[in-house]
Design a protein around this ligand. Structure first.
Ligand SMILES: *Cc1c(COP(=O)(O)O)cnc(C)c1O
Length: 405
């Protein structure tokens, strides 16, 4: 079955719900059994880890199971679990796989709250954390210790867009007895297939393209059969649970994710190539552009690009950058991404990354290209550049001082 067909069919069982096309919202804390016999059966099913077995709302009901079934199938893992945010998915998965005395490697380019969680929380519980260069490839071998249990990967890197050689890193990690945990939010379950590239645990900030409409926060962990018991047990021990109303929004988003992403890919690339030709732009970091240093790896491992990329302006003037951003009408100023709308947000690479490989001098902006028509977005950016140039001209003009009498 091909991808868009999968997106339409996965996790759907209308025959169980009176023929209703979408799995309804099942709210519930208590889940009643009809008899003691049935209660015993429910408990046995949960203990035996039967898919969809539940005894209490915190473990989810049919709405949860529909999303979990669908994402596991589309991303290609054994099972999925849903969490109230992407970060909750990341922190729970890492807690499940690490213990006091263990060592974890996290790339410099990882989403900064992921690095904060490792450094501020897990290190307090005796986990040793080392940050590594995302472009290390097989060189990861030299960084592995006898107690390395997890190699975290994120490709492309948040904000800085390095493409990691995941199969090479996974081969080394597995040879040394470590698991590979990936933040696959940029790749989405469609454009990067983690389990075909050696990943053991894949995390989606479903807040982004799965929900897809900027109206709910959610995370999803998908993993191999070997890792599943640990992920499930720790999620249960930590009381992780997610609202069925939000899950309904994620299921709705999932059905159209293929067409949305095809458009994000096409429009994002069109805007990125246009920006690359502008004199005001020092660099565009978009893995699908041939100029990107990770382009060959991206082409080898990914089947598309989402709408998120970075551009570096030539100017280092903050007022000029502000003038550019303030002149934009279609690009909203704000974090998060993956919704239908375009966004822009400045960032300082050195502030959250070691910045070891950041040769650019100008100010950096992260762009999300939404589902608007490209000509409107280009006209918007043109307006931004006109404002930027005007700001630079007025800064260059000699200041007018009142003449002292
Ligand atoms: C947004 C994001 C997250 C966190 O997701 P939340 O739902 O906001 O907690 C994790 N990783 C990446 C790459 C993200 O962009």
């Amino acid at each position: 079955m091909q991808e868009n067909t999968q997106l339409v069919t996965a996790g759907r069982h209308p025959e169980r719900f009176g023929g209703v096309v979408n799995t309804p919202i099942f709210r519930g804390s208590t889940i009643l059994a009809g008899s003691m016999d049935e209660w015993e059966r429910m408990k046995r099913a949960r203990a035996a880890d039967e898919f969809g077995a539940t005894t209490y709302g915190r473990y989810g009901a049919a709405t949860h199971h529909a999303l979990q079934e669908a994402v596991a199938q589309i991303e290609g893992g054994y099972r999925s679990l849903v969490y109230p945010s992407g970060l909750a998915a990341i922190s729970t998965a890492l807690t499940a796989l690490l213990a006091a005395g263990d060592h974890v490697l996290v790339p410099d380019c990882a989403y900064s709250p992921t690095r904060s969680f490792l450094k501020n929380v897990l290190s307090r519980y005796g986990v040793e954390v080392d940050v590594y260069d995302p472009l290390v490839g097989v060189g990861i071998d030299a960084l592995m210790k006898s107690n390395t249990r997890v190699v975290f990967v994120e490709s492309p890197g948040s904000e800085t867009f390095e493409i990691q050689d995941i199969p090479a890193i996974a081969a080394v990690a597995h040879a040394r007895g470590a698991l590979v945990v990936m933040d696959n939010t940029w790749g989405t379950p469609l454009f990067f297939k983690p389990f075909k590239h050696g990943v053991d645990v894949s995390i989606q900030a479903a807040t982004k393209y799965i929900v897809g409409h900027s109206d709910a926060l959610m995370g999803i962990v998908t993993c191999t059969r070997e890792v599943w018991p640990k992920i499930k047990a720790t999620s249960s021990d930590m009381g992780q649970t997610t609202s069925p109303d939000d899950i309904y929004l994620a299921l709705r988003g999932l059905r159209t994710m293929g067409v949305r992403l095809a458009r994000h890919h096409e429009s994002g690339l069109a805007v990125a190539s246009w920006l690359e030709r502008r004199a005001e732009v020092e660099a565009v970091l978009h893995p699908a552009l041939p100029s990107h240093p990770g382009h060959a790896l991206w082409k080898r491992d990914f089947t598309g690009a989402c709408g998120l990329f970075t551009m570096v302006l030539r100017t280092a003037s903050v007022p000029a950058m502000h003038a550019f951003v303030d002149a934009l009408e279609h690009f909203g100023i704000g974090v998060s991404w993956g919704g239908y709308e375009s966004l822009v947000i400045p960032f300082t690479p050195g502030a959250s990354h070691t910045g070891a490989r950041w040769p650019w001098k100008g100010l950096a902006l992260r762009l999300h290209v939404g589902l608007e028509d490209v000509p409107d977005l280009l006209a918007d950016l043109e307006r931004g550049f006109a404002a930027l140039q005007a700001a630079e001209r007025s800064a260059a003009a000699p200041a007018k001082h009142p003449v002292a009498a």
